[in-house]
Design a protein around this ligand. Structure first.
Ligand code: NAD
Ligand code: TYD
Length: 355
């Protein structure tokens, strides 16, 4: 079967990647979607059961740091586009083990860039019709005060955690390949995502699961840090729009203008879980447990996504109230997914953090 495009999505078995794979496989039967994932603790093929047998979908287990394998993959599938999400993504882990973050996020991205460049350079049409789309985070911009300002595409990079430093490093390499070799690349920086299939070491799924099990909810510091939350399917929609219509060499911020102080968000989660479980109001309030703050904990993130709205017409489709309701409902209806992903290696990590 011949396809109009051959697109690698890296990290497609992870949280955001699985939503991007699902969207592309369903919406574009004329594209072949190659999901390249190492299946670390965060990668889970159970996230993609509904599309795994589609004719335009292929899963390849591989490591983005393996340059030879990446070169072979580009050649074998005649890849003309890549949407790169594979990464180590959890700040707390990066504080414990920064080397893995530098290796995967910086060296892995570099291996992909070089593999794309070498393969596309070998073709008669070179970079014509090609695209290297790198998915990054708002955390590269550092932190904001409580002053109503936002991160824009012009905000200077100022990463503070090993995670954000490694993402910043990878973003710089992407831009260096664009500027030095003319590689047709673009970068987007998105705010915190939430929704189904998020690994339960991140705030929202962790807390939903702990409430369900009557376990303590570890609130870092005073719970006053602010994050800007976007429903993951809206991020996937933005990626679709930008992959097809974004300007080569450009950067777009993606966010929902939806800032929440952690403690206020946690109260919404408790209220929603208790209500959906049929518990009386206030049942799980006592689970809130203030713990030692995260080292270097960024105070506030807030994204200005007006450029994306004005230039490409993207806007979030879901209000937060609806998104959080759907999300809590999904986790409560899929306890077997949760049990499966938190067995094994993750359980040892969690026990080492909190026991
Ligand atoms: P995730 O941790 O859920 O998934 C990461 C995926 O990458 C996993 O499937 C994992 O197996 C895979 N992976 C890790 N190392 C790999 C390697 N060496 N080779 C191949 N695959 C490997 O992450 P996520 O939350 O879905 O984030 C995806 C991307 O989006 C990341 O680049 C992250 O920096 C970025 N991002 C995340 C958020 C968020 O709120 N989660 C916000 C903005 C940007
Ligand atoms: P997280 O989901 O890890 O995302 P990020 O650090 O990339 O923003 O955390 C979101 C916020 O919640 C962040 O301010 C840290 C805080 N947090 C807690 O208070 N307790 C927790 O157990 C976790 C995982 C996070």
């Amino acid at each position: 079967m011949s396809f109009k495009r051959n697109i690698i999505i890296t990290g497609g078995a992870g949280f955001i990647g699985s939503h991007v794979v699902r969207l592309f496989v369903n919406k574009y039967p004329e594209y072949r979607i190659i999901n390249l994932d190492k299946l670390t603790y965060a990668g889970n093929l159970a996230n993609l059961r509904d599309i795994e047998n589609e004719e335009n979908y292929i899963f390849v287990k591989g490591d983005i740091c393996d340059y030879e394998a990446m070169q072979a993959l580009f050649r074998e599938y005649k890849v003309d586009g890549i949407i790169h999400l594979a990464a180590e993504s959890h700040v707390d882990r990066s504080i414990k083990d920064p080397f893995t973050f530098a290796q995967t996020n910086v060296m892995g991205t570099l291996a992909l860039l070089q593999a794309a460049k070498v393969y596309w350079d070998s073709l008669p049409e070179k970079y014509e019709g090609k695209r290297f789309y790198h998915i990054s985070t708002d955390e590269v911009y550092g932190t904001l005060a409580f002053d109503g300002t936002f991160f824009t595409e012009d905000t200077k990079y100022d990463p503070h955690s090993p995670y954000s430093a490694s993402k910043a490093g990878s973003d710089h390499f992407v831009r260096a390949f664009q500027d030095t070799y003319g590689l047709p690349a673009l970068v987007t920086n998105c705010s915190n995502n939430y929704g189904p299939y998020q690994f339960p070491e991140k705030l929202i799924p962790l807390f939903i699961n702990n409430i369900r099990q009557g376990k303590p909810l570890p609130v870092y510091g005073k719970g006053e840090n602010v994050r800007d939350w976007l429903y993951v399917v809206d991020h996937a929609r933005a990626i679709d729009v930008i992959f097809h219509a974004g300007k080569t060499g450009d950067t777009y911020n993606i966010g929902g203008f939806n800032e929440w102080k952690n403690i206020d968000l946690i109260k919404v989660i408790i209220e929603t879980v208790d209500r959906l479980l049929g518990n009386p109001v206030g049942t799980s309030d006592h689970l809130i447990t203030y713990v030692t703050d995260r080292l270097g904990h960024d105070l506030r993130y807030a994204i200005d996504s007006n450029k994306l709205k004005n230039e490409l017409g993207w806007e979030p489709s879901l209000q937060f109230e609806e998104g959080i309701e759907k999300t809590v409902q999904w986790y409560l209806e899929n306890p077997e997914w949760m049990e499966h992903v938190i067995s094994g290696e993750y359980q040892q990590y969690y026990d080492s953090m909190y026991n």
